[in-house]
Design a binder for this molecule. Structure first.
Ligand code: MN
Ligand code: MN
Length: 287
């Protein structure tokens, strides 16, 4: 492949003037099946150069949107420290919209902690419930993300879409605690628009944090993820979710891409979703 600059395509703004700040978190310390999502920020940046800066559907040109790519933040091995580090970084962005590139899903906990004073509802797109209290003795694990986020913002402010895998205990606990989640089969049956409509009825005018665990997609669309799970959402289903929620986002992340098991397919898709999120968010706030 041709050599490209090491920043996300069209992220030409300096930090000071940026409305959006992209940053990578190359951490995969608690991954259990496949390691390698630490390489995803670099791969997704590379993939981003594949696209036109002009978006036909909105007639926006991404190169005119104030986006800054900060690069990767330095992280250690201890998951709790990584979460803290992400939280501190996002706190320094004041009003800017963070766009985080994982790394594993654990990093989302840090972004949500930093944004929770903005009174957000959190939408997770994920094949997994991620609702274990701890996993292999670790509380800040990729398998516990929804649980930690529920503790931060209150379980009523969280919804998970596209679920199709959970442990018996976490599933029972999630139901008992009243966690709002919609499984992939229900989305297929009802159509994603109806499900989005239900969420809007529930959350109305709230601001959202949208976290995209790429394994929510079917592995035939997104094979390069840390824990692939069959019978997932289609690319167009996820596009609709990203398009619909992005006008109200205070932050966005894409996690769990695992380049070692990819042929650029999943990275290209991840880069595209980041571009769509920025495009749709900007369309709603541009002067
Ligand atoms: Mn996850
Ligand atoms: Mn997952």
């Amino acid at each position: 492949m041709r050599e490209f600059p090491d920043y996300f395509a069209d992220a030409e703004s300096d930090f000071k003037n940026a409305r959006y700040v992209i940053f990578g978190v190359p951490f995969d310390g608690t991954s259990t099946f496949r390691y390698g999502s630490r390489d995803a920020p670099a791969e997704i940046r590379k993939a981003s150069w594949n696209f036109e800066s002009f978006h036909m559907e909105t007639e926006n040109d991404l190169s005119t949107i104030p986006v800054h790519d900060y690069g990767d933040i330095q992280v250690e091995d201890e998951p709790e420290k990584v979460v803290k580090r992400v939280e501190e970084f996002v706190c320094k962005l004041s009003g800017k919209i963070p766009i985080a590139i994982g790394g594993e899903h654990t990093i989302s906990c840090g972004v949500v902690r930093a944004l929770k004073k903005r009174d957000i509802a959190v939408i997770l797109l994920d094949a997994h419930l991620d609702f274990r209290d701890s996993y292999e003795g670790i509380r800040y694990s990729h398998a516990c993300v929804a649980r930690r986020i529920a503790e931060e913002i209150g379980i009523d402010n969280l919804v998970i879409l596209g679920v199709r895998s959970a442990g018996k205990e976490e599933y029972m606990e999630a139901k008992e605690k009243g966690l709002f989640f919609v499984d992939a089969f229900h989305i297929k049956k009802e159509g994603v628009e109806r499900v989005i409509h239900q969420i809007m009825e529930r959350f109305g005018e709230r601001k959202f944090y949208l976290s995209l665990d790429m394994d929510v997609l079917d592995p035939s669309f997104a094979p390069g993820v840390s824990t692939p799970e069959p019978f997932g959402l289609s690319t167009l289903d996820v596009k609709k979710c990203v398009e619909f929620f992005s006008p109200s986002i205070t932050g966005f992340d894409v996690v769990e891409v695992c380049p070692k098991y990819d042929y650029g397919i999943t990275s290209v898709l991840a880069a595209k979703f980041i571009r769509i999120a920025i495009d749709m968010s900007w369309s709603s706030i541009k002067p």
